[in-house]
Design a protein around this ligand. Structure first.
Ligand SMILES: *Cc1c(COP(=O)(O)O)cnc(C)c1O
Length: 377
């Protein structure tokens, strides 16, 4: 199988796994216990927190470990609204957020909140002027994703952060697709809350973190023990946390190199497709785009049938968000950028990783061409 679905999840970094596996088999102590075996795990977990904070320009006590992107998004949004409820009940977000943001927002709408969903241009970029004019006296939170999971579009985070700060509004970003791929400095970008998930950058599934700027007194989403400085109860995923920090470090130590490598292969695959497969069009933006993302509209192709054929021919791909699979709803992201139902149900996402090879790219193209021809016959 050729794995071209790295926006869904990624293979675990072998070196990061090797560094962390001792927390499964040797030092499996609960970090909250009081013997030295536990103190050692605790110390290593704090080192992991330090490593992550360093990469983001944050302080170690601003990083909170969670179970992943969905929990971090839920926590950030639900609890920042609760924190600010005396100021108002208006939130600004966008139409192209991940479902873990959109569904949290619709939950809040049922509780009396009002949400403005910013539209985007045909490339998937929000309009800064629309954002400015959406701000009201009672706006308490702006939640805009760093990079889109379906079309890879990178949003103008620095400008959004600046506007949020000028208006004294909390700014949360779902950076699940950005961490491990883009340089991020939470201070330069004026980010107050940032969600990340390890399994999108080569650590195991079920671990992530939320950056909370110090001074923002978010209360717990998960109640129980006093872990994470009393803000996130539950015995820590020590193995996952250490693996995540090391996987993240390995992405950032060679960030430029990996991005150039992925972009070169991505651009090769993209131009092979656009040149040789009739009626194929890129979705999204060529420039403000994650280096590993391709999302293509194939005219007169049923996306779900294409996915099945690709699978039969050994290529793992996606229609966009994994959460959409199995439901008949066309991608909300492609709908938002094109308002074209046909396009939304005839688009395919291929996402590379730092481990993707040239051979895999060539085979993917050959298989794709064959499958498209077969479907069009
Ligand atoms: C994958 C993803 C999530 C959810 O992360 P999990 O760790 O799988 O819960 C949230 N936002 C975006 C943009 C994602 O790509």
């Amino acid at each position: 199988m050729i794995y071209m679905d790295n926006a869904s999840t990624t293979v675990v970094d072998k070196e990061a796994f090797d560094m962390a596996k001792k927390y499964l088999f040797e030092n499996y102590a609960n970090p909250s216990s009081s013997y030295s075996m536990a103190n050692d795990v605790k110390a290593d977990m704090e080192d992991a927190r330090d490593m992550i904070a360093d990469i983001l320009g944050a302080r170690y006590n601003e990083i909170y470990f969670t179970s992943g992107g969905s929990e971090s998004n839920n926590w950030a949004i639900l609890k920042s609204c609760e924190l600010m409820e005396n100021k108002g009940k208006h939130i600004i977000s966008s139409k192209i957020e991940h479902h873990s943001v959109l569904h949290t927002l619709s939950y809040l709408e049922k509780k009396g909140y009002e949400v403005t969903y910013l539209s985007t241009d045909e490339k998937g970029i929000i309009d800064i002027n629309e954002l400015k004019s959406a701000i009201r006296e009672d706006t308490v939170l702006i939640s805009i994703m760093f990079a889109n999971n379906e079309i890879g579009t990178i949003e103008p985070i620095k400008e959004i952060g600046k506007i949020a700060r000028e208006h004294n509004i909390l700014f949360h970003t779902d950076a699940v697709q950005a961490v491990g791929h883009l340089p991020i400095d939470v201070n330069e970008l004026n980010i107050d809350l940032l969600s990340a998930s390890g399994h999108k950058f080569h650590s195991p599934k079920g671990v992530g973190f939320l950056y909370i700027r110090s001074g923002i007194k978010l209360t717990s989403l998960i109640h129980g023990g006093s872990q994470e400085r009393n803000r996130r109860a539950g015995t820590e995923n020590t193995f996952g946390i250490v693996a995540m920090a090391n996987a993240m470090k390995n992405c950032y130590e060679h960030l430029k190199e990996y991005n150039i490598q992925m972009q070169t292969l991505r651009d090769e695959l993209l131009s092979l497709i656009l040149k040789n497969i009739e009626g194929s069009h890129l979705n999204g933006c060529m420039h403000n785009r994650l280096s590993n993302n391709i999302n293509i509209y194939f005219e007169n192709i049923n996306g779900e049938l294409l996915l099945i054929l690709l699978n039969q021919n050994g290529v793992c791909a996606s229609l966009g968000s994994a959460c959409t699979t199995g439901s008949i709803d066309p991608s909300h992201v492609i709908m938002a950028i094109s308002n074209d139902k046909k396009r939304a149900s005839s688009s395919l996402r291929l996402t590379l990783s730092k481990y993707t090879t040239k051979d895999e790219v060539n085979t993917t193209f050959e298989v794709l061409k064959k499958c498209i021809n077969q479907l069009r016959k």
